[in-house]
Design a protein around this ligand. Structure first.
Ligand SMILES: [Zn+2]
Length: 384
């Protein structure tokens, strides 16, 4: 029997921790899980305990020499100059004890999800512990060691001849995944992100369209800093519908970075919870229209771990499980438990109040610029 939705979780996800004060903090996954349990939209029957990824699975995307370097780094035996060569031991991606095991567990989560969708056990699965889209073939980057998204898509393609639509709504360009499938017409990647003019990783320009037979299967919308909900959603929805109609995927993989919110400390976009309600609804619609319901959702960035990420990621699951997002007050027991630890006042409702949105003096100009960007992106492609 096929279950509609499953939620991947293990407390081992929390072992992926660079330093105590690093902005990437996977306590976000626990906060999200407990928020959902408090809301009673997540129950023990929904939970799937993931396996850990094997080395040969990591090597579906990563070079063996890089995997060995990560192992040595995590056991303290990689020299500093060698580490730098692989993007390890940088300010963004510091070395920590047993980093290979911790990173392999996140990949194992996403692989467990893919496996269970492929063998027909589940239609839709969320692994919010995954989404490490900046990992490259032989280089760590932007808090990402192993790229679970790219590994899972390689795995999926190896098992079955399915067309994969990868959709990345993280505020940063999904560069590692794009690079992994840049010449592959069976994997279509679409990333909407803050322009790389001032933000890491600097790529994701509208003219990055793919190469060789993959030309025309890579899509990028590098939107302006300070883009707010209406412009974001207008672009995103129009583009996604057109891309899906053009590509007709067999499965959709979404990366749900939650760093496009106006409270996020690392980026300059001005979204509110509205975008995190609409994004999963659209994913579910595409999955049901083209993919017989098959949808794998992973997490990603998101650095306001108290006020933004748990609600944003919880809505992905709420839509998967119930078909819609939650409204109204957050569960009291969750607020009581975590307010003691949170350095900021936790929001009391699933929705943001109007006061959260900052004044954006250039709003009309930004909206206009974004519209031209969408036209530009569509012009480059066979998408009408
Ligand atoms: Zn990000």
């Amino acid at each position: 029997m096929t279950k509609q939705a499953g939620f991947i979780y293990t407390p081992n996800f929390l072992n992926y921790q660079f330093t105590a004060d690093h902005p990437f903090n996977h306590k976000r996954v626990l906060l999200t899980k407990e928020l959902l349990e408090g809301q009673s939209t997540l129950t023990t029957e929904d939970l799937i305990i993931p396996r850990i990824a094997a080395d040969e699975e990591l090597s579906l995307f990563h070079d063996t020499v890089y995997i060995e370097a990560v192992k040595r780094a995590g056991s303290g035996s990689l020299k500093a100059d060698r580490a730098q060569e692989y993007g390890l031991g940088t300010e963004d991606t510091p070395i920590f004890s047993n980093m290979h095991q911790a990173a392999s567990q996140l990949v194992g989560g996403t692989l467990t999800a893919v496996e269970k969708i492929l063998n027909g056990n589940y239609k839709k699965i969320a692994n919010i512990g995954g989404g490490l889209h900046h990992g490259f073939q032989r280089k760590a980057s932007g808090f990402c060691i192993y790229n679970d998204c790219a590994i899972a898509i390689k795995y999926l393609r190896k098992q079955e001849d399915l067309k994969v639509l990868y959709v990345d709504t993280d505020a940063h360009h999904g560069d590692g995944v794009q690079a992994g499938f840049y010449d592959d017409p069976n994997v279509c990647t679409f990333s909407i992100h803050e322009t790389g003019r001032y933000l890491f990783p600097g790529t994701g320009n509208v003219n990055e369209r793919g190469i060789k037979s993959g030309h025309g299967y890579s899509f990028n919308l590098p939107i302006d800093a300070f883009t707010e909900d209406d412009s974001f959603l207008e672009l995103y929805e129009t583009a996604l519908r057109k891309i899906a109609a053009f590509f007709k995927p067999d499965i959709i993989v979404t990366q749900n970075g939650a760093d496009s919110h106006c409270l996020d400390p690392l980026t300059h976009l001005c979204g509110t919870m509205k975008i995190y309600e609409r994004i999963p609804l659209l994913a579910a619609e595409i999955a049901d229209t083209y993919c017989e319901g098959r949808w794998l959702a992973v997490g990603g960035g998101g650095y306001d771990m108290w006020r933004v990420v748990p609600r944003a990621w919880a809505q992905v699951w709420n839509v998967m499980k119930t078909g819609t997002y939650c409204k109204g007050p957050l569960p009291e027991q969750w607020l009581e438990k975590w307010q003691k630890e949170a350095p900021v006042t936790l929001p009391s409702s699933w929705q943001d109040g109007a006061e959260i949105q900052p004044n954006i003096p250039r709003r009309a100009e930004i909206t206009e610029k974004n519209k031209l960007l969408l036209e530009d992106m569509l012009k480059y492609t066979a998408v009408i």
